[in-house]
Design a protein around this ligand. Structure first.
Ligand SMILES: Cc1ncc(COP(=O)(O)OP(=O)(O)O)c(N)n1
Ligand SMILES: Cc1ncsc1CCOP(=O)(O)O
Ligand SMILES: [Mg+2]
Length: 214
């Protein structure tokens, strides 16, 4: 069953890119600006720190309707009562995560190749994230970027909710939305912005003006 989720503007956090500001503050400002989904991605935190951040945000976002997704750590997601988990090709296998979380939680999977896209399309995963669309300095161990033509090809291959990530900003967002993806995930364009709220507002406007599918 397809869940009713707004994937249009998906903030993925990176504490180190928040310009010394409190991560929770940056996320709440971004949500004020219109971010529709949030993923906590803490690569340098202990499990305990990750859980504390997740619990604090889960509580602060509970009335907003914005789903909170945990990167990689199914245990942290379960302990925090988060809405779901994002996993990559080197994380726990999708079926195992689904068995652990049950049918109602949101599970997203990173897709690095067309073969992975095809395989994942056969499962009941909630969304697919083509990764990366462009090169980025935020994550250095990425595979070959898909580019805009790759996004179009991927869109034609699956009817599942499809988003993309990597090097996305206000200058390339319109072209990305025109490929027919359901949304975009970004780190630095929001986390490092002078005003995360204003940055999110501008991105929302570009998405609204260029979205292909409702
Ligand atoms: C929305 C979204 N898309 C892709 C990724 C990357 O996940 P992964 O390939 O597992 O890499 P890490 O983020 O774990 O370094 C993501 N986190 N979110
Ligand atoms: C987490 C992740 N996965 C693929 S690229 C990426 C980082 C994207 O960061 P930015 O939006 O700053 O390019
Ligand atoms: Mg991962």
């Amino acid at each position: 069953m397809t869940k009713e989720i707004d994937y249009s503007l998906y903030l993925v956090t990176d504490n180190g890119l928040c310009m010394g500001r409190d991560l929770t503050r940056v996320v709440l400002d971004a949500v004020q600006g219109g971010v529709s989904m949030v993923q906590i991605r803490e690569k340098n935190s202990t499990a305990g720190e990750f859980l504390n951040t997740a619990r604090a945000l889960q509580q602060r976002l509970s009335d907003s309707g914005v789903p909170l997704i945990i990167n990689d750590r199914v245990d942290v997601a379960m302990a925090a009562g988060a809405h779901g988990v994002h996993i990559g090709q080197e994380d726990l296998p999708y079926q195992v995560v689904r068995e652990m979380l049950g049918p109602d939680k949101i599970i997203g999977v990173s897709i690095n190749t067309y073969d992975q896209l095809w395989q994942a399309s056969l499962t009941d995963v909630d969304y697919l994230s083509l990764s990366p669309v462009f090169p980025t300095q935020t994550k250095t161990d990425t595979k070959e970027p898909f580019g805009l033509e790759g996004l179009k090809k991927a869109r034609a291959m699956t009817g599942k909710p499809l988003i993309t990530i990597g090097g996305i900003n206000r200058d390339n967002l319109a072209d990305i939305m025109a490929t027919g993806v359901d949304g975009v995930a970004l780190v630095s364009a929001v986390c490092s912005a002078d005003s995360p709220a204003d940055a999110a507002r501008e991105l929302v406007r570009i998405i609204r003006d260029n979205k292909m599918r409702i």
